[in-house]
Design a protein. Sequence first.
Lengths: 268, 188
Amino acid sequence: MKTEDKDLIEKKLREQLSLEEEKSFTAKLEEDEEFKQAYIFEKQLFENLDDSDWNLTENLESTEIKEYAKLFKSEDARKLADQLKVITAEHRNSATTRPKSRKLYWITGLAATLLIILVSVFVFYPNSQSTNQLYTTYLDVSEVPSMIPRGDREDALKVKAQDLFESKKYKEAIPLFDEILSSQTGNVATILIYKGISQMESDQLVEAISTFDQLIESNLLDASKGYWYKSLIYLKMGERQKAEEILEKIKSESLYNAVKASELLEKL
Amino acid sequence: MDENKEYLEALVKGSNSGIRKIYDQCFENVKKYIVSNGGQLADAEDVFQRVLLEITVRYKKENFEIKSDFKGYLFIACRNSWIREIKRSKKRVTSELKTDLIDGRAEELAMELLEQKRWELFQEGFAKLSAKCRDVLKLYFEKVPFSKIMNAFNYSSETVVRQRVFKCKTKLKEIIKKNKNYNSLKEL
């Protein structure tokens, strides 16, 4: 290739072309294949080796792209994408509820300022914040029946698990629910609900989803309660659309908490 | 590196605890970088998920090896993804709504994955140059004027700088073209 062509390419990439040179560059690019290939390679060098730039692909017809796109559409990739989404939400929730250091207590006096900031966050970031609020409002643990029949406090494991749950020590309660589930057969719906709520409240959202899926897929009388709690998980995650889909199902099929589901749908 | 393999396997197997560990150890830095470079928390979350997904798909297909430590690698890949996002948003006429990680974005994810692969190939080639060549070329690719490069390295004239650049660049091109993976990446 001629030296003047090389210079033209270099000037183009170092943004030094005059208007006249720009015209001749464009013309060359269209009619001279060798020039075009040389330019593409030089462009790759510049864009890959300048830290503030990036070399974008342009050839959508490339077999490599098609091959990888197929992998991203696979069941495995979708599953991981869903899981990542849930763990992201968990992480976001736990980051906002993490206890503040003692040094920051003096800030209490500035609560009003913070409130203003929070309000503006709700306005600009409604998807995750307001759905999170709805989650808190609509999660009513008092509507879950007790695991222990009235007057029967003999099952020590259940008593302990229930006590932990009621004192909001959810993380500690989860292994006890697992233990109960491993020995109990028959109607385990209530225990699954206790376990699922405990997971939800301790931001183990992936596990909570699978617990409620287990309930939904069971033949138990209370199986459909799983939908209600799953909709709450998605609210907590800020996944408005997914929550709405489940709430619509609850409403149209008159499942557990259908009235509350309609109410929630109006608020969303 | 055993630790790298542990992280990669956690992603491939979909281990909740393993993935949570990745979030706990790596997300904060990525978030800080993106938020201080014009992004928001939601952007950081999206980039992080996307890159983890890409790493997993690539590891499954190629069984590729991360030569540095996983945390550093992940940070750089996320930084690249954000630089890419900014460049693309400048080119885009309308903004896209990011509702789902995969639906309608599989091609985009594939493109980003392959661009990252190409970026690594160029970086690898660049690292093989002499320190002097790297220093000069770095400024050259950043479009620093020849006169300034001349002063920075005490060259006697701009012609000497140009000769230096030419020599180093020729060497770099040779190294890159010799890489067996270059052919599949050059025409993307």
